[in-house]
Design a protein. Sequence first.
Length: 106
Amino acid sequence: MTQVQVAKIFGVTSAAVSQYLKGIRGQNSIIDKSAYRDDFYKLIEGLANGIAADGNLVEALCQVCNFVKESGLLKALYVNDGYSPEDIAKFDCPRHMIINCDNNEA
């Protein structure tokens, strides 16, 4: 799959895809220092291959979301950005908004 094709699926420019591949974008020290780093990147790689095969972006994003919530990475990212545990507890899964926006069934 070309960078242009990937960009079209994700709704970004091919330049953005190139920057992600080169590591200019998308780096996160909390994830990179986490005990879950390798599992996270394996998940991302597997999901990317699945998206390339069948294009089910919504389901892939839900799997990433579930992983970061269950592993504690999401909480660590929010705490790093200054959110309190009380604030974090109020956040809800955006799945219904994503599905409604795209008119997709997941």
